[in-house]
Design a protein around this ligand. Sequence first.
Ligand code: SF4
Length: 502
Amino acid sequence: MGGFFGVVSASNCVREVFYGTDYHSHLGTRRGGMAVQTEDGSIRRRIHDITNSQFKTKLEPILSECSGKCAIGIISDVEDQPLLVSSRLGTYAIVTVGKIENIRELAEESYRTGTFFSEMSGGELNPTEMIASLINQKPDIIQGIQHAMDSIKGSCSLLIMIDGKIIAARDKYGRTPVSLAKRNEDGAVGVAMETSAFPNLDFTFLRDLGPGEIVQLSVNAIRQLKKPGTLNQICSFFWVYFGYPSSNFEGINTESSRYRNGRTIAEGDDYEDIDSICGIPDSGVAHAIGYSNASGKPYQRALVKYTPTWPRSFTPQNQAARNLVARMKLIPVEEQIRDKRLLFLDDSIVRGTQFKDIARRLYERGAKAVHLRSASPPIMFPCKFLNFSRSRSTLDLAAPRAVELLEGHPVEDPELLKKYTTEGTEQYNAMVEVIRKELGLATLKYQTLEKLIAAIGLPKERLCTYCYDGCDPTSGECPACRKIKESLGKSKGAKGTKEKKA
Ligand code: SF4
């Protein structure tokens, strides 16, 4: 996916942006970059491949190479960023997080006017370059951002650094979070995707941007350039998996919501014969602690993560490499496995291949029984808004694969898949049973969507749940989606020029 961080300050802020960006490293593993507006007004930029080494290691030289009072940084899971753009709107640096499903169509349209794009290796187009190109089609940056957000299918939150200021824009439907903070001692203003980045840099959280909202940050001031829309569809996976435990999204802490989630999975579950509750590191751990606290069964670590060298991530993009990383970073603790009946919690079951391998290894080491509870419902639809499941087709996912087996043919029809999403029905139970057998588990249960939403604590209409239930109020394709869209009105937003003392 990716994450960004930026600061405008009265003094050199390169160090803050270096560390603040690094605090987004759990969101991506491919590229890391920073751009700094120096005292003479020019922009210095560094981009590095962070596939096999940390952002901090690769970017550290920038601390001595340049200084400036305005800087932005990015952890990117796809493209090289930040991009430096020289256009009629001025020279600026831009970073983006999101996904453009219709990037090829947009490129085809642009080719007709003589525009060209640089291709990344593999022949893909750089999504951030596409966003910049769309922005540059309009007479000013604000109209340009609105045009870009209206043109893309997918999602996009971004930062633009121009003339010693930062323009921050949250995705039109708020799929990804963007938060603002201030350092009281010197009036520095910061922007981040994860609020975890703020406290150790002495920033105090101010507020989240609303969906589609655009603001301009300068020292001691936040100026609203476009009001937020009304339809917020923040990705519910931030609380399940993406978000760092210390981060809050929409004012709701990630770690606490995972405890609540684990607790509700335990409620009504049969754990009498279980010896210990275990979590798959990292995000499965908090769900497991919640389950353990509610059930009274001890939380124990049958698998430990080798943290000194392995980053937390499901990337790299290549599946074989992902499987290898998943295997190498988790080490079994034999004393906690042998002769034990273990109940594991994991954030989700995407393909299922990783836990299949884990279950086999646990049984090889003498586990009496391996049970699994997924902290989220079955994933039925590949994400079309973020790069969460970038290379996955529907049939890469464990749940639709099980449906295929039951139906006797590949199932891409969303209406047929939706029939398997209702917990407790014959179809749902049959699907879960196929997955249980495939993974070699004693028992398998999924969290229900209703309970997950309750554990997060936002109303359903303020969350994206598309990958679980196929509901997308922004498209209004099904009656339930249309109802949500109609009740909230279209995301319009209006231009605003209010400058507020931050
Ligand atoms: S489809 Fe799933 S992963 Fe994608 S934005 Fe929605 S909730 Fe998040």
